[in-house]
Write a protein that binds this ligand. Structure first.
Ligand code: ARG
Length: 595
């Protein structure tokens, strides 16, 4: 945290509080204090991670003396005492040796007040901008044309949206990329089905979001009727060689689906627009050149008529390397070729140095093979790097993949409507005096927030169970709880007849002390979330802030406090409200002023 950073004499960052040995380059970095670094018997300085972390017994605890004791062969308590004797902690904190040789640190209220006042005076809430601002491509959502978006696409959309909001707020240039599946063999059968159904009829089916039944009907015809299958196959060839009528029919399919996806994004309150569509077809003209270049680089192997690459490090079951088939024997290009063209486009044309793929875990191997191939081809060289932001599945109450009652894919738009309807019911019962317009606004923020927060607050790579009651609960680690804490702060200000309070903050009470420590951790929580894209770190942080606030609010009067104290406490409320609002905004969750 900002406090641990000060105490340890190093800047705040994810490494603070980790027990890892510092890298060689960090050896020169001061530990608790230059003078406090005990010398080794031969007079050499020993680099030690100050290992300052939050603790139950004091505000912070350092285990550094224990690690040093092993290396120096001396009793840890002696070392801890010697460190403290040499440390110049000034007015920052009180320190004592405890247990086998821990150093316990309790931050002075005065220091907390100064740090908080500084945080409140700025606009960035203690978040330090990154050293270099990068161009980051975030590949997310990626639904498939003429198919229902499934809950996997929901996860990708929610996590991707939080990712772009967070990285943009930090100051990176973010390119949103929606890798829509709009190309490939299924389009032959889909176009032929569209012809059979009639254009306007088909457009209607698709526009009402009945994507799956359209797809299924096409599939049935394809499997049952040989002549249809034949038509579908020649249609793909015609489409991919640019036949005008095939292109027109294909556009029709794509446009109807795109409209549906945009409606979902709007309902979901995510920042994706039409401008962010980089569909598979976008790369069509780049596929030939990509294959030629792989060939020139000597990375291409022809096997049974198909052009393949064999990236290093991917042995199959029989130990032989696994291929990415870039061009099939019939001349058609596959999903892998498109991803290779896309990566080259992202680094070379868009100039991205960080490529993020917010895609379900089942595609991990595919993506890693694509990334490895790109490295071998020189399309992904440092500082450019790719990261798979993988995630687990969404499960129903039965522990199996979430399905509708009919056993089909859940229609995403219906799921979101249900979230908002449930939240409206909740708002009506909890706050009967809100007018209908406010109810509608609150319902949308709470309903959509609940869906997003349930996703973002679980460890990303784990599956999670979709549970309406839990996600809409007003207590516990939920968006509604955080939104409620924020609304409560806004209501304090309504009663105070003020909008904000930006004065100095003085910390005296234990509950103020505890809240201050949490608020000062915001910068670290944001930094470590941006690094790992594990949003449960940020949600967990916001949840601790909200619980510390509610303890403070129970124990410390605000509006009824005496003059000087009242202003300070109002300023503390204001800062808490800003942290909650900004934190939730980074997750794509709205914060209504009243609930
Ligand atoms: N359309 C794909 C799917 O539904 C997701 C696309 C992921 N992005 C990528 N570059 N492959 O599974």
């Amino acid at each position: 945290s900002a406090v641990a950073g000060q105490a340890a004499g190093k800047t705040a960052g994810p490494a603070a509080g980790s027990s890892a040995e510092p890298a060689a380059g960090e050896a020169a970095e001061p530990a608790a204090d230059d003078a406090a670094e005990p010398a080794a018997p031969d007079g050499q300085a020993i680099p030690v991670d100050p290992a300052v972390r939050r603790s139950q017994r004091a505000d912070f605890q350092s285990d550094a003396a224990l690690a040093l004791a092993r290396r120096l062969g001396r009793p840890p308590r002696d070392i801890a005492a010697e460190v403290l004797g040499l440390a110049d902690l000034g007015d920052l904190c009180r320190a004592e040796v405890s247990g086998p040789g821990f150093i316990n640190l309790t931050v002075a209220d005065s220091a907390l007040g100064t740090l908080l006042s500084g945080m409140a005076a700025g606009e960035r809430l203690g978040v330090v901008p990154p050293e270099v601002s990068e161009t980051v491509v975030v590949d997310y959502s990626g639904p498939n044309v003429a198919k229902e978006m499934h809950v996997g696409h929901l996860r990708s959309t929610v996590i991707g949206d939080a990712t772009v909001r967070l990285l943009e707020w930090l100051g990176h240039r973010v390119v949103r990329v929606n890798h829509l599946g709009d190309w490939g063999t299924p389009f032959g059968m889909l176009i032929e089905h569209l012809i059979d159904v009639g254009e306007s009829e088909a457009a209607h089916d698709l526009s009402v979001g009945d994507l799956d039944s359209f797809y299924r009907a096409a599939r049935v015809a394809f499997d049952a009727d040989e002549a249809f299958g034949e038509r579908a196959r020649s249609r793909v060839v015609a489409l991919q060689s640019g036949d005008a009528d095939s292109r027109r029919l294909w556009r029709l399919l794509v446009e109807e689906s795109e409209k549906y996806f945009l409606a979902v994004y709007d309902r979901l309150d995510v920042t994706l627009t039409e401008a962010d569509f980089y569909p598979e077809s976008f790369y069509n003209d780049l596929l030939g050149p990509v294959v030629d270049e792989l060939d020139r680089l000597g990375l291409l192997t022809t096997s049974a008529g198909a052009a393949c690459v064999f990236p290093h490090g991917f042995p199959g079951r029989d130990g032989r390397p696994l291929p990415i088939i870039v061009r099939k024997s019939d001349g058609g290009y596959g999903y892998g070729a498109t991803d290779l063209a896309a990566i080259r486009h992202r680094t070379q044309t868009l100039g991205a140095t960080r490529l993020l793929y917010v895609v379900g875990l089942p595609q991990r191997q595919h993506l890693e093979m694509v990334h490895q191939t790109a490295r071998e081809a020189g399309w992904l060289s440092p500082p450019a790097r790719a990261q798979h932001v993988g995630f687990g599945s969404v499960l129903g109450a039965d522990g199996r993949m979430l399905r509708s009652r009919a056993g089909t894919n859940v229609k995403l738009i219906e799921l979101l409507d249900e979230a908002v309807a449930r939240a409206a019911e909740l708002a009506r019962s909890k706050s009967p005096d809100l007018d209908e317009r406010t109810i509608a606004e609150v319902a949308r923020a709470v309903g959509i927030g609940a869906v997003k927060y349930a996703d973002l607050s679980t460890y990303r790579v784990k599956d999670y169970v979709f549970d309406w009651d839990r996600m809409l609960s007003l207590d516990g680690n939920t968006s509604a709880y955080l939104q409620y804490a924020h609304a409560r702060i806004r209501s304090i200000f309504r009663r105070a007849g003020a909008v904000t309070a930006r004065g100095d903050i003085t910390v005296t009470e234990p509950a103020e002390h505890a809240l201050a420590l949490e608020l000062l951790d915001f910068g670290d929580a944001v930094a470590s979330t941006a690094e790992t894209l594990e949003f449960h770190r940020l949600t967990g942080h916001l949840y601790t802030v909200a619980t510390a606030f509610s303890a403070f609010f129970e124990q410390c009067p605000v509006l009824r406090a005496g003059d000087g104290v009242r202003d300070s406490r109002l300023a503390l409320c204001d800062l808490t409200g800003r942290v909650l609002r900004q934190g939730l905004a980074l997750l794509g969750i709205a914060t209504p002023d009243r609930m």
